[in-house]
Design a protein around this ligand. Sequence first.
Ligand code: 3H9
Length: 703
Amino acid sequence: MTGPVTLSYEGPIAIMTIDNPPVNALSYAVIDGIKAAFDTFEASECEALVIACAGRTFVAGADINTFDDADFSAAPFNALIGRIEASPRPVAAALFGTVLGGGLELAMACHIRVAHPATRLGLPEVHLGLIPGSLGTQRLPRLAGLAKAFEMISTGTPISAEHAVGAGIVDHIADDPKGAAIHAVADYAHSHQPPRRASELTIPDIDQAPEIIAQAKAAAEAKPFLPTLGAIAAALEAATRSFAEGERVEAAEFEKLRATTTSRALRHIFFAEREAQRVPGLPKDIQARPIKSVGIVGVGTMGGGIAMTFANAGIPVTLVETSQEALDRGIGIIEKNYAGTVSRGRLTEEAAKERRALMTGATGMEALAEADLIIEAVFEDMSLKLDVARKLGEVAKPGAIIATNTSTLDVDKIAEATGRPADALGTHFFSPAHIMKLLEVVRGAQTAPDVLYTVMKLSKTIGKTAVVSGVCYGFIGNRMTEMYLRESEAMILEGATPQQIDKVVESPRWLGLAMGPNRMGDMAGVDVMARIVNEWVESGEGPQAPSYRALVRALFHLGKFGQKTGEGLYLYEGRKPIPNPATEALAKELAAMHNIAPREHSEQEIFERLIYPMVNEAALILMEGIAYRPGDIDVVWTSGYGWPTWRGGPLFMADEIGVGEIVARMDHYAATLGNEHGYWTVAPLLRELAASGQRISDWRPAS
Ligand code: 3H9
């Protein structure tokens, strides 16, 4: 037998081995292979069967790539695992790694499950906008109860092997799950007991079904824009009737969901996040530089968060500040952060101590002489950053990587100042750095390929979703954000209120962003935004229109820095933003000063003016080669800016709206608002795509 599934024998026990790297996903070939191997087993005299996997994990799910196929159907696999469960001879699954989705559904159709202690088990389909489609919604409640099934299916969070034993999903834990499974089926076969079939079990908490189903329905009603939640409630409710009825409902709901924009968007992000890790054009034999220790210069909010990120991944960090006082203050904040995590029960006291122990403080750059990677996270001021870069170039050992955490400044200039630009690049973390997933990795004009490769690889170790950006003002994310903030402020000067604007993009009807531009600005800090804008404009590179971001610059001048001063675009009662009449008055004053006439803003106009210029800027970013591909831009937004993953990122959404429609509306605003400053000039790429009817998500640079 060749192909990804083979059958071997250990005495009277048949062993089916699935070998489909990297994660043993259920491709068509794997499903055919399982079927052929099971046919052979059935025709044999073997006493029992063990289903095992080669490589790093048991089956981690169905092959997500196949969900777009027009003729995709879960039915053949479901019938096959139904046959496995119906077998009169015992079948066991030997579990290890990540037993997810279709992998767990295959395991639940077996009669016995033996797991390695480090196994993680889950039904994560909800993260793909789906429900389990191979009877997971039916067998799990019968094994573990409706409440547990609802929890696992609606959160998609995997559980440990130990937890799975407690829940009734796994029968035994063993360091050698295959060996233990062979013993278990042999014992079972000799006991002559009928195999235990999940589909025939009574749901253990059936008496609580009405409350649990009501809870599932309430969750669905609270988020009507997520169709998965309604489908979960329907499938679990059907499970309380009969297995056959449950099977029918699950299949119908799965099929409906597979075609939804939500599911397509989530699948797009799943693959885009992984593709973003790949740097095109790297030599095949490239080797990463070892990163065993990290140095951080500047222990402010960013530096401290970055230090925690590395310590959390077990990498020792040396923290450098200019004075003992600044160092103590920075380390004090880190300790407070860890204490908060411990008090919320998310970290043990012992683990927090271990992480803290990985950090060493110093007041001189010489302490960084042995660091493999040094990240500069000082104040966003070019002359300061150049000075630090020069000093780092002097103290760092040969081969050390020198990174700047600038969010907008010219990485090439900073790299040049180190005197070894091939070893330098940008690592743009997002605040709070130990929590936010996104890391923009900024490749300089001279960054060596192995330096880029090392940092991309390291990003995975420290739990970040990394995206490569070229050098430009604001890189991918902040460059696009600038368009969005520009239009938000322009509309406020035209008489819209900050809350009216935020409400539109925060509403799932339009977008569902975690935070609109004004709440976000107040949180990030009006001072931070204004300093960046001022520096950009004063450098001569930024827009020169006097009205450009006039509001944020005026608020800065008045010392209204946002949440931290209790007033900015909003007023604050604690952390709660409330409308600020002073902002409206200031906006009126500025409008008069810049001859801006008041107008009414429909929700549609607010949405289009915030989002379409961003999409247009993204097209420029692609044309200039700043981002490698459209999916990278979507990942920046979903992992760094609170863009809902179920919307698939701004370019996925642009394709749903239609590039042609976006171009037409950009032209409309150019005609109605005027295009004196070029704000509504359509990027040539966008116009070309509109003319040829192509999707921007499918665009790739000519190689
Ligand atoms: C499902 O099962 C539906 C069912 O109910 C039945 C329906 C009929 N398919 O993440 P990594 C690729 S839905 C295809 O970097 P890690 C991935 O693209 C599915 N490909 O590794 C990447 O490829 P590349 C339910 C997949 O070690 C490579 O494997 N299951 C799949 O950090 C390595 O991935 C899930 O949702 C897949 N299912 O994490 C699990 N999975 O190298 C989704 C991975 O070309 N997967 N690939 O970029 C995961 O959560 C993680 O990949 C996993 C490994 C934890 C398994």
